[in-house]
Structures are given as structure tokens and as C-alpha cells.
Design a protein around this ligand. Structure first.
Ligand code: ACO
Length: 326
């Protein structure tokens, strides 16, 4: 069976920076509260007319260039996003057209912050099964468009951005070694954007009450996230007879530094083995891990041959893990 190897990565972040001090002027919050409770110092905010595919395309172009892959060689595009350009067509179809990937099928993965890991898992299955050979897996989010900017409990947490990976079929034994995804829909109301879908259509009242925006019960989500991320990471390691000492770097979903440190503690791993860039970008949802992976490679924290563990958690609830030998 072919293995799915990471052939190239890329990221794109909007230029506009919104700092915690800027937020102090918008809602009743403080730089100190945000840094102490989350680790976040600033985040990037896309322009009002910028959509998820606008961020996805430059990230994907960089990943294709790094992989030395032409757009026509791509045979599948998966976009993890919970802020799609529109209900349909999928954001992946817009990306397909903008990139000129004329030979690619395209669809979105709607799993909130876990969307990119879900996409990697699906791409891995397609490559292992021989159905696809060259897959673009993108995480692209514009959460600034679905936040309630009057709700201090949520608007300080998120940012916009995109990350992309090119996966290729290979005869080597490297690449994705474990890809586990999970869900529990019974807790959907702890983290959701309830309005605007077929259950609660857009009406003037819904818009006035901002029910299309993200709502979260933060502290309950926090506790479940720590447990599920630690469980998913353990499963990926056990499946491959790998111990924490074998892992060069853990790249966790970038929601909260306290969550990352708690997961490290549960796994009995040093915090320094966990990558974080949420200080600069906040939580970019499905884009957070591919952005982080691209930065970790660029900074030389990981290189070819290293074992990398990626672990995610998001609305749904959804969660999962990837164990990859680069
Ligand atoms: N500034 C100042 N005070 C605030 C702010 C703010 N921005 N936000 C909340 N507070 C207040 C609250 O009102 C509360 O005040 P009270 O004690 O007077 O009631 C107090 O701070 C504590 O609030 P908590 O919500 O209990 O704070 P907590 O320590 O849990 O931190 C946070 C909140 C950062 C949201 C944390 O719970 C968290 O990170 N949760 C998990 C997020 C996550 O992982 N989400 C999953 C991925 S996202 C996705 O899938 C879309």
C-alpha cells in the first residue's frame, strides 16, 4: 500500500494585526487577562471582503511550490473550514478554480478546528487505497467574520489565516503513520454558531441578536479538550509502539497555551516539546496546525526523518491525532 508523505507546506496570514491592547478599546478586557488565560498577544484579521478561499490560495501556492507540484498534478483538494465562502459551492471548488487544478476533485471538511486533521485523515485513506495520488489539504478560516465583537469571552480568542500541505503517494514507509478522528455531537451546544443554517434561517431578528456568531462555554470546552487531545495523542503513539521520547515535536491545535501545557502534563512530556505560535495568531481554527507545521519546518525545529505528533480539538465536538514521519 502506498504511504501518504508530506511533500510541501505553506501558510498565509493577513497583514493586519489586532493586538490585545487594541481589544482593550473595543470590549471590557485587558492584555493581562488575555495573556494569563490564553497566552495570546495578537491575531491577524482579514479585510471585510476577504473570504476563506482568498486566504487558502496563497497558502496552497506556497505548498505546491515547496513540493514542486504543478496545479494539474493535484487530483484532490480538501479544505478544512467552518467559515466557508458560502454554503455551496464548497470553498474547495473555489480554490480548485483559482489554482487551475483542472484534474482535481474538491470538497470541504466541516469539523470546526479539527477540519484540517479530518482532511488529512481522509486524504490518507484515499492515498492508501490508491484512489488519489497528489492531494492538497488546506485549513482556511476567517473567524473574524463570525465573531460577536461585543462578546469579550470569545472575540479575544480567534484570528484569521490559512495553512496548506501537499500529500503525495510514496513507496517509502514514511509519511502518515496514524490518522485518528473522533466526534461527540451530544455536546454540540458547548461550542457552536447556531444561526443561519437550515435549522435556524437568517431573519432580521437572528441578525439583530447576532445568533449567527460563535458561542462557547469556555471552561467546559477546556476540560474536555485537554482529555480528548491527550487520549488521541496516546492512541496514535500506542498504535505505532512509539513513546513520548521518540517524538521530536508535538504540534497541537493552537487554542490556548494553558490547554497545551495541560496536555503536555497529562502525557508526561516537557512543555518545550510542544510548538506554539498562538501568541502571534490566536486560534485560527482549522488553519492552526498547518500554519504551525509550516513555521516549525521553516524554523528548523523539525526536519526530514523526524517524528511529529499533531493533535486537535474543536466544535462538534471533534478531535483527532496524526503521527507523521517527515
Ligand atoms: N477579559 C476579561 N475577563 C473575561 C474575558 C475577557 N476577554 N472573558 C471572560 N472573562 C471573565 C468571565 O466573565 C469570568 O468572570 P466571572 O468570574 O466574574 O464570571 C472570568 O473571566 C472567568 O471566565 P472563564 O470562562 O471561567 O475563564 P477560563 O479560565 O475558562 O478561560 C477561555 C476562558 C480562555 C475561553 C478558556 O475556557 C478556553 O480556552 N476554553 C477552550 C477553548 C477551546 O479550546 N475551544 C476549542 C477549539 S475552538 C473551535 O473549535 C471553533
Amino acid at each position: 500500500m502506498p504511504h501518504a508523505i508530506i511533500a510541501g507546506t505553506g501558510r498565509y496570514l493577513p497583514d493586519n494585526i489586532l493586538t490585545n491592547h487594541d481589544l482593550e478599546k473595543m470590549v471590557q478586557t485587558s492584555n493581562q487577562w488575555i495573556v494569563e488565560r490564553t497566552g495570546i498577544q495578537e491575531r491577524r484579521i482579514a479585510g471585510k471582503d476577504v473570504s476563506a478561499s482568498d486566504l487558502a490560495v496563497p497558502a496552497a501556492k506556497k505548498a505546491l511550490a515547496a513540493a514542486g507540484v504543478a496545479p494539474e498534478e493535484v487530483d484532490l483538494i480538501l479544505v478544512g473550514t467552518s467559515t466557508p465562502d458560502m454554503f455551496f459551492p464548497s470553498t474547495a471548488c473555489f480554490v480548485q478554480a483559482k489554482l487551475g487544478c483542472v484534474n482535481a476533485a474538491a470538497f470541504d471538511m466541516l469539523a470546526a478546528c479539527s477540519g484540517w486533521v479530518y482532511g488529512m485523515s481522509v486524504a490518507n485513506a484515499f492515498i492508501r487505497g490508491g484512489q488519489h495520488k497528489t492531494v492538497l489539504v488546506i485549513g482556511a478560516e476567517v473567524y473574524s467574520h463570525i465573531l460577536n465583537w461585543e462578546d469579550r469571552a470569545t472575540c479575544v480568542l480567534f484570528g484569521d489565516g490559512a495553512g496548506a500541505v501537499v500529500l503525495k503517494a510514496s513507496d517509502t514507509a514514511d509519511g502518515i503513520l496514524a490518522a485518528n478522528i473522533f466526534s461527540d455531537g451530544s455536546k454540540s451546544e458547548l461550542l457552536f454558531a447556531p444561526g443561519g443554517g437550515s435549522r435556524s434561517r437568517f431573519t432580521p431578528e437572528l441578525v439583530a441578536e447576532k445568533r449567527y456568531t460563535l458561542a462557547m462555554v469556555g471552561n467546559s470546552t477546556f476540560k474536555i479538550a485537554v482529555k480528548m487531545m491527550a487520549d488521541a495523542a496516546t492512541k496514535a503513539m500506542k498504535e505505532n509502539n512509539v513513546t513520548p521520547a521518540d517524538i521530536k515535536l508535538v504540534i497541537p491545535h493552537q487554542a490556548n497555551l494553558r490547554i497545551i501545557n495541560a496536555v503536555a502534563k497529562q502525557l508526561g512530556m516537557p512543555e518545550e516539546h510542544f510548538f506554539s505560535n498562538l501568541q502571534k495568531y490566536g486560534n485560527t481554527a482549522a488553519a492552526s496546525i498547518p500554519i504551525a507545521l509550516d513555521e516549525a519546518l521553516e524554523q528548523g525545529l523539525v526536519a526530514k526523518g523526524d517524528l511529529v505528533l499533531m493533535v486537535t480539538f474543536g466544535g462538534g465536538f471533534t478531535w483527532g491525532s496524526l503521527l507523521v514521519r517527515l
